[in-house]
Design a protein around this ligand. Structure first.
Ligand SMILES: O=C[C@H](O)[C@H](O)[C@H](O)COP(=O)(O)O
Length: 236
């Protein structure tokens, strides 16, 4: 495979593989959502199939993760049936030098936050284009909101200086509906000087279920890059 074919896909594939290699036999694994984590799920499944990995159980963060895990033969469990998660692997839309994240490009950030924050070790997998100096440089902050509170939440977000936009479906008329049956407002901020504070402030708006800022939770960030037409994985 050459990098010229699709360098972003190649980076995602390599970083997914590198994260899958960190999973040990006999562990409980949080399975993230998105196109990068999909490769990690695939490689975990392949390691299980080859017998290199044994006795693992996955905790999916979305309908997508659940479907993929089933496809690749990863046994699943729920949070009611376990008392810890050993390792979680998940993607991100932005990562800053302090390993703070924006997540939720796939509207899965609420369940992801539950699973990723519970894990003893949280591995983030991104391609090089996701690394930024400051959060909010490229991506808006996704905010999951219960439908009846959409208008007051929109107004509250504007008062905070954000530019909120209801996320609309693709190949579906109307808004994106999350796995919980809620809507997502993407909020663009000119500047996010204090991600820790903004995460709390957003979650304190009545009607907000969860937002996509993840702080003080990532243990390892694996970044996929293409150097001299070859994929490489580095740690942030
Ligand atoms: O809701 C989706 C998640 O937070 C994803 O992990 C994030 O959007 C990154 O996805 P991808 O790996 O497809 O860029």
């Amino acid at each position: 495979m050459t990098a010229a074919a699709d360098p972003v896909k190649l980076m995602k594939q390599e970083v997914g593989k590198a994260a899958a290699a960190l999973v040990k036999s006999g562990t409980i694994v949080g399975l993230g959502t998105g196109s990068t984590t999909a490769f990690a799920i695939q490689y975990i499944g392949e390691r299980l199939k080859s017998g290199e990995l044994k006795d693992i159980v996955g905790v999916p963060t979305s309908f997508q993760a659940e479907v993929l895990a089933k496809e690749y033969g990863i046994p699943l469990t729920t949070l009611d049936a376990i008392d810890h998660i050993d390792i979680a692997i998940d993607g991100a839309d932005e990562v800053d030098p302090q390993k703070n994240l924006i997540k939720g490009g796939g509207a899965a950030h609420t369940r992801e936050k539950v699973v990723d924050y519970l894990a003893n070790q949280f591995i983030v997998v991104v391609d090089g284009g996701k690394v930024v100096d400051k959060l909010g440089s490229i991506f808006a902050v996704p905010v999951e909101v219960i439908p009846m509170a959409m208008t007051p939440v929109m107004n509250a977000l504007k008062k905070l200086g954000g530019k909120p936009e209801l996320r609309m479906g693709v190949k579906k008329a109307g808004p994106v509906i999350t796995d919980q049956g809620n809507m997502v407002i993407d909020v663009r901020f000119d500047d996010i000087p204090d991600p820790v504070n903004l995460e709390t402030t957003l979650n304190n708006i009545p009607g907000v279920l969860e937002n996509g800022i993840f702080v003080n939770c990532a243990d390892i960030v694996l970044v996929g890059e293409v150097v001299d037409n070859q994929p490489v994985v580095r740690q942030l």
